[in-house]
Design a protein around this ligand. Structure first.
Ligand SMILES: NC(=O)c1ccc[n+]([C@@H]2O[C@H](COP(=O)([O-])OP(=O)(O)OC[C@H]3O[C@@H](n4cnc5c(N)ncnc54)[C@H](O)[C@@H]3O)[C@@H](O)[C@H]2O)c1
Ligand SMILES: O=C/C=C/C=C(\O)C(=O)O
Length: 491
């Protein structure tokens, strides 16, 4: 990897990186080793206010009215520049998350240019509704809709897929002519500031993209959502914080888009290709050390193949390689922080107290002395749990799942839907009709059959219940990031 780590990770306001203030700073920590690799300048209320003000001025200076083709060109140029600086982004993502280099390349950083290009394409070809209206008294009118940018958007994102989730929101927001103030997670600040360099070079006018670093409460996150100058909030993170953000903006009635947590189920029918299902389950449980909102934490397996699936998954778990993020053979990184590891370990204790049988893992692994300070955790599977267990109801957000046998299709559907969350599900079956039938009955926003996390960026993405409000992706994003005005003209 090439990029030397920066000494400081800075806020970016009105087209310039701000001088850091050592009196208001925190460490950026590499979770693979537990060591600090940079200092981050925490934005106070005054910096957040300047960021919102600069976004407002950028809109007034003409960004909101720029021809779509201009905006699309800048997004495409940004995509090209991310590819040119691919290794810098990978290095920044690894320093922040400790995730395996192969994953950062194939998933996280690869998706950033895809996000920019997808919205450059979408906004370039977007149409609008129009109706010829005949009234009861014989008049005729033309109704049509024009879409305007929402304005200044607050973008708040978590630490698990930092660049992917940031660009998933920045790209459509800019495509639609908004200006943004982004607040990356305090655990993963690096790529948002790198993106500022790229967007400036791509020709984005000053003030359109601003970055404020810091925490949630009493810090940049709260100052941003409380700011009267923001016109909408798009938030990805935990359900508790999402609910808090909603309450914060409620008095000013601002639109929110919330992509929140999950307690996602997989159902494996005994007509499935078991080898394929086991490999798919391993991906959906263990990818990114289980730290993807879409990851499976509950697995319901038809009784006849239950033992076979449990044994197969245990073999898959044993084949995972935890270790140096830069080693191409590494499959699995650490958890994001020591704080998060304490949370996951508390669920390991709870599972034992609730009578779970530990099939594998359930402990802190030995990954070698040089990584001793990192927040490593062993891939973990339980049996002997059921839907009344807290470990089967609460989002853990680690490489862990509980496996439960079932007998009938109805029972499997009821078990999978027995949750307050509703983000994603997977059905494994070789019966075509059953696949469609069961997938449609899942109370989720994203229902996969015989695959997991296969994305089409034009499709609606989001969840129900505690998993969120609204959808992003494709047209849904164009709708969230714009405000329609219906014009009615009597002919
Ligand atoms: N549905 C999805 O698309 C999706 C995607 C990724 C992650 N997630 C969820 O995110 C969670 C993990 O991420 P996390 O721990 O960073 O979530 P989090 O809710 O703790 O933090 C998310 C972001 O919100 C900020 N924040 C915290 N408190 C705030 C406040 N009071 N006001 C404003 N901002 C505040 C944080 O600093 C961070 O930037 C999991 O629950 C996961 O399921 C959901
Ligand atoms: O952790 C959650 C993952 C969210 C993924 C996306 O938003 C995406 O793939 O667009």
């Amino acid at each position: 990897m090439t990029a030397p780590h920066p000494e400081w990770i800075r806020n970016y306001v009105d087209g310039a990186f701000l001088d850091p203030d050592p009196a208001s700073a925190f460490d950026a920590v590499d979770p693979a080793t537990g060591t600090a690799y940079a200092r981050v300048h925490e934005a106070g209320a005054e910096i957040v206010d300047r960021a919102v003000g600069s976004a407002r001025r950028a809109l007034a200076a003409g960004w909101a009215d720029r021809p779509v083709a201009d905006r699309a060109r800048i997004l495409r140029r940004a995509a090209d520049l991310i590819e040119q600086r691919f290794d810098d982004f990978v290095a920044a993502e690894l320093a922040d998350t400790g995730k395996p280099v192969t994953q950062a390349r194939a998933l996280d950083v690869a998706r950033a240019p895809m996000n920019f290009r997808a919205y450059a394409d979408l906004v370039s070809s977007a149409g609008e509704q129009s109706y010829l209206t005949d009234t009861a008294d014989g008049r005729r009118a033309l109704n049509y809709t024009v879409r305007k940018p929402l304005g200044v958007i607050a973008i708040i994102v978590p630490w698990n897929l930092p660049l992917l989730l940031l660009t998933w929101k920045v790209a459509p927001a800019l495509a639609c002519g908004n200006a943004v103030v982004v607040k990356p997670s305090e655990d993963t600040p690096a790529t948002a500031s790198l993106l500022a360099e790229v967007l400036a070079e791509a020709g984005l006018p000053r003030g359109v993209y601003n970055v404020v670093h810091g925490f949630g409460a009493d810090s940049a996150g709260a100052f941003l959502t409380e700011h009267p100058g923001i016109d909408g909030v798009t938030f990805t993170g935990s359900s508790a914080t999402g609910s808090h953000v909603m309450r914060t903006v409620a008095p000013r009635v601002r639109p929110v888009s919330l992509e929140l947590g999950g307690k996602n189920a997989a159902i494996v029918f005994d007509d499935a290709d078991v080898d394929e299902a086991v490999k798919g389950l391993s991906r959906s449980i263990f990818t990114n050390t289980g730290q993807v909102c879409l990851c499976t934490e509950r697995v319901y397996v038809q009784r006849r193949i239950f033992d076979e699936v449990v044994a197969g998954l245990a073999t898959e778990a044993a084949s995972l390689r935890l270790g140096d993020p830069f080693d191409e053979a590494t499959t699995t990184g650490p958890l994001i922080s020591e704080k998060h590891r304490r949370k996951v370990l508390s669920y390991f204790d709870l599972a034992r107290a609730e009578g779970a049988d530990v099939v594998c893992g359930g402990r802190v692994p030995d990954v070698g002395e040089h990584l001793d300070g990192g927040s490593w955790i062993a891939p973990t599977l339980w049996t002997g749990v059921d839907n009344s267990s807290r470990v089967m109801r609460e989002e853990i957000f680690g490489p862990v799942a509980g496996l439960v046998p079932f007998d009938t299709e109805e029972e499997a559907i009821a078990l999978a839907n027995d949750t307050e969350y509703g983000l994603a599900s997977v059905v494994w079956t070789d019966d075509l009709r059953r696949g469609h039938r069961v997938a449609a009955r899942m109370n989720v926003g994203l229902s996969w059959v015989n695959t997991w996390y296969l994305r089409d960026l034009r499709a609606p993405f989001g969840g129900v219940g505690l998993s969120g409000i609204g959808r992003e992706g494709g047209e849904s994003s164009l709708h969230f990031y714009t405000e329609p005005t219906n014009v009615c003209l009597q002919l």
